[in-house]
Design a protein around this ligand. Sequence first.
Ligand code: SF4
Ligand code: SF4
Length: 356
Amino acid sequence: MRKKPLLLHYYITNRCNSRCTFCSIWQDRPKFDVSIEDVTKNLEDAWRAGCTFVDFTGGEPLLHEKLPEFLDIAKRTGFITSVTTNCILFPDRAAELDGKIDLLHFSLDADNSELHDSMHGVKSYEQVIKSVDVAKKYHLTPDLLFSYSNENIDHFSGVAKFAQRNRIITILDPLFSLAGPDAISSATHEKAKNFAKLRGVYLNHAHLFLRSQGGNHTREPLCKAVETTVVILPDNKLALPCYHHRSVADPINKNLYELLKQSHREEALKKQGAYSFCEFCHINCYFDPSYTILKKKFFWLSMKSKFKYAFDKYIYFSNPLPITILITLLRRKFTLKTEKTIFTRFNTKFIKPGGE
Ligand code: SF4
Ligand code: SF4
C-alpha cells in the first residue's frame, strides 16, 4: 500500500476566462494567484513528501503570468508536469511553455463551435483547433480532453477523427456531479465505451466500473484522495480531504512538509471516502490516483486503460515521453532507497535504541 502522496494538484489561480456550464470556479470570489516564493517552497516540500506528478490547474492556468517559471522549477525538482487549458491564451503563450509540459491537455467538448462554445460560455473552439498546430512548433504534444455527458457524446466522433488526423490522443472524461449519483446514463457510458475501442482514444474503464457500482459508498469507502493527492489552493492553503469538498483549508505558511504530517491530514486520512458528502462520489481526479492502490478490478481496469493510452500515444503515434517518465520514476525510487539506507545507517550509528 502506498504511504506517500503521488500527485500534487496545484490550483495556481481561481481566475478563468471561460464560463463553463459544468463548472463554478469562474464564479469564485475573491480571486487569488499563487506567488513564486510559495510555489518554490511548496514544490520542494511536496517532492520531499513523495509527490512525483504536479498538475498546475485552476481556473485557467495560462492566466497566471508566472506559469512558465513554475514549470521550470517543477522540472528542475524532478516532477512530471501536467497542464490542462481551454486554449484561449495558448497560441500567444506557447513559446514560453516550449518543452516544459509533459502532459498537456486541450479541452475540446464538441466537433463544432456552436456546441463547444455554448458549453464553455465563451468562444474558444477555434482557439483549440489553432492551438493543435501551434503546439507542434514548440515540442508540445497535447491530448484532447473531451468531457462527456448525455448532451455531447454524439459529437465525439468528429473530435476523434480530428485527433487521429493530427496523431494525438483524445481522452474521454465523464463529467461528474458534485452531489448525488452519476447523472450520465448507462447508454451514454456504453457509447463512450465503444468509442474507446478506437485507436488513439483513451477512457479509464475503472471510472465506468466505479459508476456502475453507484460511486463511492461511505460504508465501504474506495476513495484514497488524501493518501494519494495533495491539494493546494490559490490562497496558499492545504485543502482536505479534496478540492471539491474541502472541510479544512489550513494556511501553509512555508511549511507544507510538516503540515502533511499533522492532525488535520491524519484525521482526513482516516475519513477519506467516509464523510457524509462522500456517498455516491465519482470525482475522476481523485479516483484516478486512488485506483493505483485499490485492489483487484479497479487497479487492473485502470492499468489496462493506461497501457492502451501509452501504447497509442508513444508507440502508435510515436512520442518519446515514456522514457522521461521511466527515468523520473527510477530516479524517485533510487533517491528514496538511497535516503533510506543513509538514514538507517545514521540511526544505527548515532541514535540509541528507543530514541527519537
Ligand atoms: S475552463 Fe476549466 S476552470 Fe474555467 S470554467 Fe471551464 S472547466 Fe472551469
Ligand atoms: S469520496 Fe469524493 S468527496 Fe469524499 S474525499 Fe473522496 S473525492 Fe472527496
